[in-house]
Write a new protein. Sequence first.
Length: 240
Amino acid sequence: MPTIHLTTEINSTMEICFDLSRSIDLHTYSMQHTQEEAVAGKTSGLIDMDETVTWQAKHFGLMHFVTSKITNYQRPLIFRDEQTKGIFDYFRHDHIFENNDGKIMMKDVFEFKSPFGFLGKIADFLFLKKYMTNLLLQRNKVIKEFAESDKWKEVLSNNLSMNEDIKFKVFDFFKSKNFIVEYKNNYILTLGKQIVVRELEADKYEILYEKPLHETNRIYSNKNDILHNLENITALLESK
């Protein structure tokens, strides 16, 4: 079974690289030359665990359809998409992210098997592995371009998903204070004495507190001081 291994070095953050890699919109942009389009399932935004997407694309002069599903998801370390229906007998694509002295190593491990038995093996050997490698290289070139500039904001500004570690820490903090908590895509909201914690971008958080949410009731935090700031805010609110 052919396996493609690629590593792309990116000067950005793991969260930005991870989210750009699961962006339906950016993938569509990177594959314009194949007329690729998401036509069913998750057709825009950021794909998540157990979600599916059906892609329509033109390869070798013919239009093909592939449906894949996210079967492993550990933001911002790894996610996997696997074919559930399509032109391959099988494919599995692991997207792996590692921090190496401040540089992000974005790794692709793409395993696939062509249909048609022995003839499929010949196709794999002669041209298909190279063709798939070039598609992945093009995709990774676009991810790197967006991640290393402000372009990533065009893709992720409306789709930020809060860092999982911070999300759980903030949740546990509020629960310890007996707050009722709701979680939306990129912010956490407490009911009653209202506090909103929102991720603006990688490692930058906005905290709004008490009603009405005036400009003076806003502070900014990073992951290292967010719990300290929340402790001060809750103490202030409880003193009122």
